[in-house]
Design a protein around this ligand. Sequence first.
Ligand SMILES: NC(=O)c1ccc[n+]([C@@H]2O[C@H](COP(=O)([O-])OP(=O)(O)OC[C@H]3O[C@@H](n4cnc5c(N)ncnc54)[C@H](OP(=O)(O)O)[C@@H]3O)[C@@H](O)[C@H]2O)c1
Length: 205
Amino acid sequence: MDFQTRWLTHKYTGRDCTPRHRDHIDRIRLEVETSLMKILLLAAVTLDGKIARNTHHFVNWSSREDKKLFFATSRQAGVIIVGNNTFKTLPSPLPGRLHIVLTTTLEGKEDIPGSVEYTDRTPPEIVADLEARGYSEAVLTGGAQINALFLQHGLVDEIWLTVEPLIFGAGIDLFRGLEFDLRAKLIHIEKLNEEGTVHLRYSLR
Ligand SMILES: NC(=O)c1ccc[n+]([C@@H]2O[C@H](COP(=O)([O-])OP(=O)(O)OC[C@H]3O[C@@H](n4cnc5c(N)ncnc54)[C@H](OP(=O)(O)O)[C@@H]3O)[C@@H](O)[C@H]2O)c1
């Protein structure tokens, strides 16, 4: 049983547990147990835990080493799952990757075959579709709303953080809009350069 299911079971076991809560637990357990695909959440974060100064802030501030890691990992996965706010900050789609762009409004948005697909589907539907198309791994690349959405569905296997020695003082956190009570396990730690960039990997399984 994954962390999310354990937490929900713990939270809703006992006299507070209603049939609606039980349904919720069962639904999340089903989503997690039926997902074969590995989803890696990748983000560059500042020392004060920010992924951007604001919604429009393009991630051009992370180190060369972080960019290299992101490009290699996303190229290997072949698919990037991204929120529309983040997608709009990109100068252009990355070559060689399918971009699944989450939006609440499909109207007026045009897909680019093999490169960009807009969707308003739920995370389990997106993952099931990618699995059916033969993808075994996907890079979830934010932003904060989309990260929280996938975490809520128990669809994040690992969190890869590149901590950059920068302080913004204000900005966007790694997750936004939802509350969690989860614990992850550190599985990798690596100093990426002499400037003090550190790469951390956590497992949620
Ligand atoms: N440091 C890093 O590594 C890193 C990584 C990624 C992003 N970022 C930064 O994060 C910032 C953006 O983050 P954000 O949290 O504002 O936005 P976001 O998560 O990138 O995108 C939010 C958008 O996703 C769509 N959306 C939200 N919930 C949805 C749902 N349930 N179903 C379908 N679509 C849904 C909506 O698009 P519509 O408005 O079109 O409906 C919403 O406006 C940018 O500055 C970006 O540079 C940083």
